[in-house]
Design a protein around this ligand. Sequence first.
Ligand code: FPP
Length: 261
Amino acid sequence: MTLPKHIAIIMDGNGRWATEKGLSRSEGHLAGANTVELIIKECLRYTIPHLSLYAFSTENWKRPKEEVTYLFELFCQFVEKELPLMQKEGIRFTMVGDKTKLPEPARISLENAISQTKDGKKLELTLAINYSGTQELLYASRQSAIKILSDPQNLQKIQSIAQDTNALTQYFTTLFNEENYTEELFRSSLYLPALPDPDLIIRTSGELRLSNFYLLQAAYSEFYFTQTYWPDFSQKDFEQALQAYSQRKRRFGKIEKKSNQ
Ligand code: FPP
C-alpha cells in the first residue's frame, strides 16, 4: 500500500458528537483529544513521518469565551501529558499559526514542548493553532519582501538612487520580478518551510470544506471526507482513509503516472 508522507486532518464534529449524546461541547473536545492520541499512535505504527492537526483557526476566537478557554487548557494539558511519549517515540512537536496572540501560559507550554522534542526524528507532529491559510500567505509575502529589501547589496543600491524616483521604481520592479521574487523565496517564508505539502487531507463530520487550512500547501493534496465525527474516528476509519489514498492516481498536472508518488 502506498502511504502518504504527510497527513493533515481537519478534526471536525466534536460539538455535534457531544450534543447528540446530551453532553457539553467541552466533553466533545475532551473525547476528541483521545482520538488525537490514537491517530498519533497509528502514524507511528505506519511510520508516517508528518502529521498536521487543525486544532484552532483564527476564526475560532468567535466561539463563546468558556469554550475557547477550555480548548487552550486542553491543548496545554495534552501537550504536557504527551511530552514523555513524544520524547520516547521520537516525535518532533511543531506548530503553525500566529503564536504571538496566544494566551501566555499556552504559548509557554507549547514552546516548551517544541524545544523539548526538537531532536525527534520519527514523526513531526504539527498543531495548527490560531492558524489561517490566508494569514500564512500574507505573512510569507511580507517576509519575502523584507528578505529582498534588507539584503545589504540591495539596500546599498537603494541608498545610492534614493533621490531618483524613476530609477527607484525601476529597481523595485526588477527586485520583485519573477526571477527575484520566486516561489522558492516565497515558500522559504512560510511558517514551516521544511514541512512537505500534505499528500492527504482528511476532514471528519461530513463537511466538505478546507476552512482556510493549508491553502497553498493543499494545491495537489488528495482529499478524504468521512461522515464520522472526530471523537468516533477510529483505527478502522484511519485505515480506510489510507486505503482510499493508495487507490488514487496522482498526476500533479501531468498526463500519465504509474505509481502513487
Ligand atoms: C471542530 O469541531 C473542532 C475544533 C474547533 C477543536 C479541535 C480540538 C480538538 C480535537 C480537541 C483536542 C485537540 C488537541 C490537539 C489535544 P467543532 O467543535 O467545530 O464541532 P461541531 O462542528 O460539531 O460543533
